[in-house]
Design a protein around this ligand. Structure first.
Ligand SMILES: [Mg+2]
Length: 386
């Protein structure tokens, strides 16, 4: 068995372009799918996949580790989120091919199922301060209630407004008000994750944490920008609840440093950014060593969700899986039926490969468009993190 081509199918889903990767083999009808979506870097990722293609074409797709090593190391400059996202989609597609050739689900290739179902959570986006979602606090609390009514037992919100490096009482009170409304709407038994998106400096993250603590956040996510592990440690030590981070980290050495310094209780690698199944399993092994749970990041397309689930079913320290449902109403039309969410969970699927295929004719209805730019500025015209 040999790979004969590596292609991409780009599907515009408003804020994101889903970059689906299709690896073709010389076995008639045997192809694999993966996803390399990286918002605002779509054309760079498509180009990076084209750059990697010569390392894959003509190769035996079952040499999964060898091909990963080749893609990561053979082109001299290693890593960077564009390259590792490109590698991720190809690596997933190679796993899909190998699992299909053996007639087994991908989670079987990854060591077999360690659980019978995966707990999912809904990402509700932000509130009225959010440049993308633009809902009022009340609408926001209502959508949290709807998620719970649909069976979710956990959800994630962006409660903290975009602000200056050091905010005042108004920002802190606004965040606490939003959190209180959501907590009241969903009750005490729902786990609420608060994503700060790195909007805050460590000093502000601690202030927000102290104000929101009475409403029992499950964890604070990205309470400051990634990059300075000691800053994350400072926040983690000061808060009376756990810290999670990792969606923007794609290097196993950075994950190692985060965990060895005890900067977080939960890590959030993305199987579409960190290097696919081959790399996320290594990150998971590091996390297991440090007794850190994994809650993989995934606001991406349907192939990404399927890939995240196969990882979840085979990973002992997996905690919960993010899913995006609020982007476009047709997200399931461009793929064959995926792995359905019932009562906030996905049951162990009996499938071959990923268990999901792209409908290329349906996908062609939503061609590439440049993503809308989200570029918040403060009242002084200076750039702010969103
Ligand atoms: Mg996040």
């Amino acid at each position: 068995m040999k790979v004969t081509a590596v292609d991409t199918v780009v599907v515009n889903a408003r804020l994101r372009n889903w970059v689906f990767v299709k690896v073709v083999t010389d076995v008639p009808g045997l192809i694999g799918w993966g996803e390399s979506t990286l918002e605002w870097k779509t054309q760079a990722v498509v180009g990076a996949i084209r750059d990697l293609e010569p390392l894959i074409v003509g190769q035996d797709p079952s040499r999964l580790e060898h091909l990963w090593q080749s893609m990561y190391r053979h082109q001299f400059f290693q890593g960077g989120v564009v390259t590792t996202s490109a590698i991720s989609g190809i690596d997933q597609a190679l796993h899909d091919i190998v699992a299909k050739s053996l007639g087994v689900p991908i989670y079987q290739l990854l060591g077999g199922a360690v659980r019978s179902r995966v707990r999912m959570y809904d990402h509700l986006g932000g509130g009225d301060s959010d440049a993308v979602y633009g809902a009022s606090d009340e609408e926001f609390a209502a959508s949290a209630r709807r998620s719970v009514d649909e069976g979710f037992t956990a959800l994630k919100i962006l409660a903290v407004p975009i602000g200056p490096p050091l905010g005042g009482r108004a920002e802190v009170k606004a965040a606490a008000h939003r959190m209180e409304l959501v907590r009241t709407a969903v009750g005490d038994d729902v786990d609420i994750m608060v994503d700060l998106h790195g909007r805050t400096t460590p000093a502000m993250a601690i202030q927000f944490g102290q104000a929101l603590a009475e409403f029992n956040p499950w964890f604070f996510e990205e309470p400051c920008q990634p990059g300075n592990v000691d800053a994350m440690v400072e926040v983690a030590r000061a808060l009376p609840f756990p810290v999670a981070t990792g969606e923007r980290i794609v290097n196993r050495h950075e994950f190692f440093e985060l965990m060895s310094k005890r900067a977080c209780a939960v890590i959030q690698p993305d199987v579409c950014h960190c290097g696919g199944f081959t790399e996320i399993r290594k990150v998971a092994a590091i996390a297991e060593t440090f007794q850190v749970a994994i809650a993989p990041h995934n606001p991406l397309g349907p192939i990404a969700t399927a890939a995240s689930l196969h990882f979840a079913f085979s990973s002992p320290n997996h905690l919960i899986q993010e899913v995006m449902r609020a982007d476009v109403p047709w997200r399931d039309e461009v793929v064959t039926p995926g792995l359905p969410i019932v009562a906030g969970h996905v049951e162990l699927p009996i499938v071959i490969g990923l268990g999901i295929e792209v409908d290329e004719r349906a996908a062609a209805k939503y061609p590439y468009q440049a993503e809308p730019q989200v570029a918040p500025l403060g009242p002084d015209g200076a750039v702010r993190d969103w």
